[in-house]
Design a protein around this ligand. Sequence first.
Ligand code: CTP
Length: 412
Amino acid sequence: MRITIGVTGGVAAYKAAELVRLLQQDGFTVEVVMTRGAREFITPLTFAALSGQKVITDLFEKSFSGGANVESAIEHIAVAQRSDLLLVAPATADILAKFARGMADDFLTTLYLATTAPVIVAPAMNVNMWNHPATQENIEMLRARGVKIVNPDEGYLACGMTGAGRLAGQQEIVAAVRQTLHTQKDFEGETMLITAGPTCEDLDPVRYLTNRSSGKMGYAVAEAAARRGAKVSLVSGPVNLETPSGVERFAVRTAEEMRHAVVDRLPESTIAIFAAAVADYRPAETQTKKMKRNREPLTIRFEPTPDILAEAAQTKGERLIVGFAAETELVVENARKKLAAKNADLIVANDVTAEGAGFDHDTNIVTLFSRDGRDLALPKLSKSAVAQRILDEVLRLRGVLRHKTESHRSAV
Ligand code: CTP
């Protein structure tokens, strides 16, 4: 993931150098944009050396790249598009005012308007400037627009005064970045089992029955969970996707193979998420030789496959079980029925016929039905954003269920 750090002109500008290093250690690629004021306090060379990337300074001037000069007049658009997050640290009163009013007279202000990525600002200034109604109004305006503010700390300030205005601690700023990009390690200690993709049920050595699942949703959950610190085992039917980094994948073909892989790994898992589109039926017999064509109509007898989720949920103990429900009608009724019938804790339901939802799309429109009665209808989101929301709901539910168990225990 790529973060753009905007550095503005304050004494705390030198602290941004340490932030670059910390965020790189977290695995982020960091690109630095400096305002003219920032360059009065620290040189671009420091950031170029630390980030290994060219440092962008002005909208119309040549940008500094430790050797190569690149015209950057339209580069704000490119930077805006490739950034997953814009972090401004330190943010002066001036930049806050410009952001709030939508001014665009240098690279950073133009980038702020051009980006659709989340924005975090960490202000640093004199205490009176921070407390001034103009600054506070700007802060409120930005907050209302969804900008995350990492409030300054209280303490001794460079101007000789004491009060609020010191740039927040590096760790606090890094934590805000992690939280915004869902890279916080809130699944550390969890062992997650995820099923994904379709299954293939063989008729004979060359033919099989399958479905349109691409595996994208399950893989997105696996990737997000691994990023958030879970140990992830991904039991996957045949798909055309790369294994997300940090995830252990077990390739299977049939429902029966998937069941075996799940049964083997279930005992060690604390959370199990069943995103696979498992075939509900398989041919009652698989021919060992290729079936020959003849002119007669063909009838094939199918038998049901095991319901892997329902079987896993029978003996779940404290394990959290999440199922998916792919529906083409009566989504709410069917999802609630599945939640109860399968003894799951959470059902992620979608109408696969809706525009922008379901098979092979990069987006999905789902409703999360939880065991504690909460229904959460999400708008159309990318599958990776849906994955994050599912994980957020899993954590919320885990908290609710633990609390219930504890109050039940203390009542007994
Ligand atoms: N599932 C499973 N094993 C099966 C069938 C389904 O583990 N043999 C899981 C899926 O991974 C999903 C959930 O059960 O998490 C619901 O799947 P879905 O196909 O929507 O429901 P079904 O139980 O198959 O019911 P129906 O086809 O009647 O909608």
